[in-house]
Design a protein. Structure first.
Length: 161
């Protein structure tokens, strides 16, 4: 399992997940830069993702939906702020309706994903910041730690393939 640490801080309003991969930074970057690779790992195994739009450039947008085991679709979006290929990117991550419009009342996170060389591979640090402790607690209650850890756990298989 590549996830080595998970920390949530209700005072700082952040969730931080750290993972180590036995692949170079450039290869891990490609998982996020290529929509076909990203959809293999964005959702947990029981909620596979389908990437609809993918523009990993400043000002770009990524839209996707995850399909539940019963066929229900849950949509989301990224609004990309900054990209420093292959080291990091920042984006807003939110829940969406079927037309990929933001869903009011559901948490939005500001995400910073960084990739750095570590022990001959890559250390990925995924930080999500929320507007309030209630928003962070809401996603924790929704199972974000378990879901994200399971999703990130699929990256090793993709990298080995």
């Amino acid at each position: 399992m590549p996830v080595t640490d998970v920390q949530h801080d209700l005072d700082a309003l952040t969730l931080t997940i750290t993972a180590d991969f036995a692949a170079p930074v450039e290869r891990v970057w490609q998982v996020y830069a290529d929509p076909r690779q990203l959809e293999k790992v964005w959702g947990p195994p029981t909620y596979p993702a389908t990437v609809v739009d993918h523009d990993l450039t400043p000002g770009g947008r990524m839209t996707y939906y995850m399909t539940s085991p019963t066929g229900e679709k849950h949509a989301g979006y990224w609004l990309v702020d900054e990209v420093d290929e292959p080291r990091s990117f920042t984006f807003e991550d939110g829940f969406a309706d079927a037309d990929f419009n933001p869903l009011p009342g559901l948490p939005v996170s500001r995400c910073v994903y960084t990739f750095a060389g570590h022990d001959g591979g890559t250390r990925a640090t995924y930080v999500s910041a929320y507007a309030s402790a209630e928003a962070l607690q809401q996603v924790l209650d929704m199972g974000v730690v378990e879901g994200a850890s399971a999703a990130i756990g699929q990256i090793d298989v993709l990298l080995a393939g």
